[in-house]
Design a protein around this ligand. Structure first.
Ligand code: DGP
Length: 113
């Protein structure tokens, strides 16, 4: 499948896996928008949150939990962080493989969009 995140997950495209378990891989974003900018990628190829089904509920919860664990690990849990899931065209999703952005290490603005 011609999916950049699938290739990163499989190792075909090198990108350090800063966390990995049976369901997800975490990488650093190639174009960081904050001092900490990680991406939680499900190993299962799902195009977006809009393409998930009831079967994916546990996976979606696991992605959030891994985000919290990683935030703790890199030292931004106390200062806080922002989780973002861009979805579809108006959501400005550029890679069509579900991913959770974890942004922190600076004061975010109150602006949401
Ligand atoms: P989104 O707009 O939500 O689809 O964000 C996709 C993110 O993926 C974007 O912030 C840049 C990141 N990204 C795209 N290609 C690569 C890559 O090859 N390696 C890494 N580490 N990140 C990538």
């Amino acid at each position: 499948m011609d999916c950049i995140f699938c290739k990163i997950i499989s190792g075909e495209i090198p990108s350090p896996h800063i966390y990995e378990d049976d369901q997800v891989v975490v990488i650093n974003d190639i174009n960081p928008q904050a001092p900490v900018h990680m991406l939680v990628l499900p190993k299962k190829h799902v195009e977006s949150v809009a393409a998930t089904t009831d079967e994916d509920q546990a996976l979606l919860g696991h992605m959030m939990r891994v985000a919290a664990i990683m935030a703790e690990k890199v030292g931004i849990a106390e200062s806080g962080y922002r989780l973002i899931v861009n979805t579809g065209r108006d959501g400005a999703q550029s890679v069509l493989h579900l991913h959770l952005h974890v942004l922190g290490g600076k004061q975010m603005t109150e602006q949401m969009a």
